[in-house]
Design a protein around this ligand. Sequence first.
Ligand code: NAP
Length: 449
Amino acid sequence: MLRVAVIGSGPSGVYTAEALTGQHQLPDIAVDVLDRLPCPYGLVRYGVAPDHEKIKSLQNNLRRVLEDPRVRFLGNVEVGEGLAPERLREMYHAVVYCVGSAADRRLGVPGEDLPGSYPATRFVSWYSAHPDEAAGGFPLDAKSAVVIGVGNVAVDVARVLARGADELRHTDVPDAALRALAAGEVTDVHMVGRRGPSQAKFTTKELRELGTLADADVLVREDELALDPAYADPSALPAVARRNVEVLRQWAGRPPAGRSRRIHLRFFLRPQELTAGPDGRVSAVRFVRTVPDGTGGVVDTAASEEIDAQLVLRSVGYRGVPVPGLPFDPARGVVPNDAGRVLRDGVVAPGEYVAGWIKRGPTGVIGTNRPCAKETAAGLLAHASALMARPLPADPLDALRAAGARPVAWPGWLAIEAAEAALGASLGRGTVKIPDWSGLLAAARGGAG
Ligand code: NAP
C-alpha cells in the first residue's frame, strides 16, 4: 500500500487527495490529510467571505473527498519544528505540502505598523472565526477606513465593512464579530489602487457586487479613471479588465443615492506613509499621485493626497511562509519545485511534493488549484512503485501520537460541526462558527475525536 501524507486540508490539499485516490491503476492507497487546525477546508472555511455562500458550498465537494475510506483527516497536527519533514518521510512513502501562503505581503512604507493598521488577512481571519484571531478587535469606531490594494481580498474586506450587520446575520460569521460590526461606525471605505482601473486585480463579479449593497453607494471619479488610456476605449483589454472598466464607467456616470455608507474606489495613488494622530494611532494615509508609464506600470508625480483613516487594512497580497526543514525561495515565497516535485539544492527530493499556493504563489481562484494538484499527483503516482519499495513502520497514526500530536480525526470535526449548529440555534441564527482554540478542541473532544 502506498502511504501518502498531504499537509493542509484547503482546496489544494483536498484536490491532491482527490487526484491521488481518483485513479484506478493503484487502488491500494492510504492518504492522511493533516492540518494544523482542528477544522478542514483551509481558505474555503477561513478565507472565503461569509456572505459568499455559493463559494463556501464548495465545502460539500471537498467533504466527499475527505469521507472517502482511503482518506483520513487528521486535524490539530502541526508540521514544522515539532514534527519535521524528515520525520514525516519516515512515516510515509510520500509527503505533499499544500500549506498555502499564510502571511501577508508588506507595504514597506513608514507607519505601516501603527495601531489601527492591519493586514487585511487578519481582518478576514477575524470575521471568518480563525482561532488564531479570536482576540482580534478592530477599531470599528473608525468613521473612515482605507483599504490599500485592489484585488479580490480588498473587495471582500471593503464589502464586509460596508455591509450592515443585518446583511451578515444569516451567515456563519462569529457572534462577537457580528456584534462588533453592528456597533461599528464606519461610513466611508476608500479602496485604493496604485495603478489604473485596467490593471486592477479584482474580478468583475466581485466588483459588480459592491454596487448591489443595500446601504452603500459606490463612488468613482471620472477624471481619475480617465488617467488610464484604456478608459476611453477598453476594447483592446483582456476580457476581465475590459469588463471591470465597463462597470466602472457605468458607476462614473451615476449620482450617489444618499445611502448611509460609501465605498470610494480610487486609482493611481501609491501609498507613501501612514501618519499618526496625537493618540499615536493611525489617522491618515498619504499617497503620491501616479500616472501611467505606458508599459503597464506607473510613475510618481509631484502631487500627493492624504486620506483620513482611523482604520487601515493593507490588502496587497499573501506571502508563503517557510516550513522548517523544507527548502524555500524567499523571493517568490514558494518551495522550489519542478512541476510539484520539491527541489533541494536544485535536485529532485524523492517523495517530497508541493501543490497549490506554496507551489506556484498566491494567485488564481479556488478552481485553479485542481489542475495544479492533478499535476503534482500525477508526478507522484508515476513514481509510486519506486516510492513503495521503501518499507515503513505500521500505522503512521501511532508515530504521530508518539511525536506528541493529538490529532482531531473526522468524528472530532463532525462534533465541531454539530456544536456550531447548536451554537447558532442558541443564538437564533443558522450555523455560527466557534472562534477560539479551546472551544474548537472542547467540541472535538466532546465528540469521538
Ligand atoms: P492580489 O490579487 O494579488 O491583489 C493585490 C493588490 O495589492 C493589487 O491591487 C496590487 O497592485 C496591490 N499591491 C501590491 N503591492 C502593493 C504596494 N506595495 N502598494 C500598493 N499596492 C500594492 O491579491 P489578493 O487580493 O490578496 O488575492 C489573492 C488571490 O486570492 C487572488 O488570486 C484572488 O483572486 C484570490 N481571491 C479570490 C476571491 C474570489 O474569487 N472571490 C476572494 C479573495 C481572494 P499591483 O497590481 O499594482 O501590484
